[in-house]
Design a protein around this ligand. Structure first.
Ligand code: CA
Ligand code: CA
Length: 452
């Protein structure tokens, strides 16, 4: 199941320190000694042939052809920005092949001197949450979108945070973690960044210091956050493999309630939007949050048509509530994933959006109390979904095969069609029978499971 590696000569290339990485000499296992052979191999691995949509055409090689001086070990936000090209404002245009190996925890809130900035450090002088809550309380302001100086100050605060915590990645990049590597409080932004590989990282708590009140979102309004853990926009050939996405000790369930709605400081874990396409997400572990994966962010029939092609295989969706994924337009292959779903707040697994074409095969759904097979799909304006070979284990019941579309149609109208109109061809292996999926995915999905 291990992807092929490049030749031993490439794998043995020395790992160079990022210039100015001041903490290197003090850290255990200092990089001057080079990576272990296993880590050096991992850093140069490419997407296996045929492995999902990202394998189409030129395939996905990330930074595998990087020269020696473009292999970087990073231990801080400053290291990471330096390795990506040196300037976070322009790094998205740096197409030089590069391999970035993350060691330890990189915190998006780190200042240049290594200290951690607080939300209050990023806030515009004219913004404060108490003032925002007082000014835009629906009882005072009404149910119309916030405007005026205080909202303008919030928007300026968001711009400050974006410069700090959104890390921009350019094309032809591989980012891999050593054992325990964590990106916390940080958004990896792939915008116009094609041919990128992201592996063996724990993404922790990419939080928004300045959520927006959106009174017209839903029947009673909602708080919305700006920051995904990993955003893929206007990019293709992206492989996201063996990562863990978590909110750690800052879960959605622990947020306060303002204006009767949860104060949402998180957005997506892995959102693929704005005409991105040819993405393979494999062996990731998504843990305990509300909104997981948005594929397509607009119902407008325009540039997203024939884009947003994503393969999801061998991922674990663990106690997450919705968008697993939510699909618009794309041909999305969802096979051999394990859904372990629970909680009163669960909403749905797969969102069937405008012109979406999801092919859902041999997945395994473990359902907690109160969740039934007809809850697993949600009609966001789509018409059809192909479902084959999926199994459901409802609470207190034995596992059994379930036709997800038929189950949905029994309790919902209008019915969904059972043919999404295409058959996936980009698969490296035949799909496993669904009953094996919890064993394989439970053992192999997530960070810190690759041989290192
Ligand atoms: Ca998002
Ligand atoms: Ca029906």
């Amino acid at each position: 199941m291990r992807p092929r590696v490049l030749g031993a000569a490439l794998a043995a290339l020395p790992l160079l320190l990022v210039p100015g990485a001041g903490a290197a000499s003090a850290a255990p296992g200092a990089a001057g000694d080079g990576l272990t052979r296993a880590a050096a191999s991992l850093a140069r691995e490419t997407l296996p042939a045929g492995d999902g949509w990202a394998a189409e055409g030129t395939g996905t090689t990330g930074g595998a052809t990087a020269t020696d001086d473009q292999v970087h070990l990073v231990r801080s936000r400053a290291d990471l920005v330096r390795a990506l090209g040196g300037d976070n404002a322009t790094n998205r245009g740096n197409a030089t092949p590069k391999v970035i190996v993350v060691d330890g925890t990189v915190d998006g809130f780190e200042a240049a001197d290594g200290s951690l900035r607080a939300c209050t450090d990023l806030a515009d002088p004219e913004y404060s949450l108490p003032a925002y809550l007082a000014g835009y309380d629906p009882a005072v302001w009404g149910m119309v979108p916030p405007t005026g100086p205080l909202e303008a100050a919030r928007v300026r605060s968001v711009a400050n945070q974006t410069k700090q915590t959104q890390i921009n990645v350019g094309p032809n990049t591989t980012i891999v973690g050593l054992r325990g590597a964590t990106l916390t409080g940080l958004t990896l932004m792939l915008d116009g960044a094609s041919n990128v590989i992201v592996r063996n990282l724990t993404f922790d708590d990419a939080r928004d210091c300045f959520p927006a009140w959106s009174p017209t979102d839903g029947a009673t309004g909602n708080w919305n956050s700006q920051y995904d853990q990993l955003s893929v926009r206007r990019s293709e050939h992206v492989w996201v493999d063996h990562n863990t996405f978590t909110d750690g000790d800052n879960p959605d369930s622990g947020q306060p309630v303002y204006f009767g709605r949860p104060y949402q400081v998180h957005d997506g874990s892995l959102d693929v939007t704005h005409t991105a396409s040819l993405v393979t997400a494999s062996y990731n572990r998504f843990v305990g949050r509300d909104k997981l994966m948005l594929i397509g962010s607009s119902n407008t029939v325009g540039p997203d048509v024939d884009r947003l092609k994503v393969t999801l295989h061998h991922n674990l969706f663990d106690r997450v509530l919705q968008r697993l994924p939510r699909v618009r337009f794309g041909q999305v292959d969802v096979y051999n994933n394990w859904y372990r779903l629970a909680g009163d707040d669960f909403e749905y697994a797969i969102g069937v959006g405008v012109q979406s074409a999801a092919y859902v095969e041999n997945n395994y759904f473990t359902l907690g109390a109160g969740i039934t097979a007809d809850d697993l799909l949600y009609d966001w304006g789509g018409t059809a979904l192909t479902a084959r070979g999926n199994w459901v284990r409802a609470d207190g019941d034995r596992p059994r095969p379930v036709d997800l579309v038929a189950a949905y149609n029994t309790t919902h109208d209008p019915d969904l069609g059972a043919d999404a109109g295409w058959t996936p061809t980009w698969r490296a292996h035949r799909a496993l029978p669904a009953p094996l999926v919890p064993i394989v995915v439970g053992a192999l999905a997530g960070a810190n499971r690759l041989p290192l």
